[in-house]
Design a protein around this ligand. Sequence first.
Ligand code: URA
Ligand code: SF4
Length: 225
Amino acid sequence: MPRPPEHPSLAASLVPDDPTLDDLVAAAAGCRACDLWSRATQTVFGAGPEGADLMLVGEQPGEREDVEGAPFVGPAGKVLDRALAAAGIARERAYATNVVKHFKWTPRGKRRLHQTPNVAEQAACRPWLEAELAVVRPKVLVALGATAATSLLGRGFRVTRDRGRFVESPLAPYVLATVHPSSILRARDDDERHLAMEGFVADLAVAASVLDGGDRASAGGEPEP
Ligand code: URA
Ligand code: SF4
């Protein structure tokens, strides 16, 4: 038997015409457009309401996400949940996804250590993110961390310098980047962690300020009609 080609199709050729999110999930489950599928458990596609006005974009699924098949369900996801709540954003209103849909890792003893996806892998996976954007059409897009920020906003983007303010982008009417929630988990002590969390929440609050609805009401915004 001849060996199958390594990357049988580009992700773009797998995206169905005029898809729903469910169509995309089904199509992406079989994606082999880069090498990352081969060592991961499953495709971890984005999740959230089809009409979400807020899209959160991380780097790639982590160890827990790889096992569970859903984005931001592990330790970084828990930090994200707390930060969203503190910023007055209901977690359920957001569509959460990643630049790359398979977990890239390297063995470290018995553990699987996260590895940052390279530029080629990010590019290979981009059609899925484009398709998610086309279906969800969020009003606000938040890039979480340097990988997502540079992938979406250009190599010259610096999260440390440019975080927490809206930048011009064709991706959505309002686009900003902030730190990755896992950076808060890496803080060296409680003080540093507290400060990092405050900064993260402040950036998310900027995103919240342009979202409609009652989420901000409890934080002093206008009451719902
Ligand atoms: N980190 C990410 O960037 N995405 C996830 O889904 C989980 C952890
Ligand atoms: Fe396809 Fe993206 Fe997975 Fe690569 S990482 S196989 S492009 S879904």
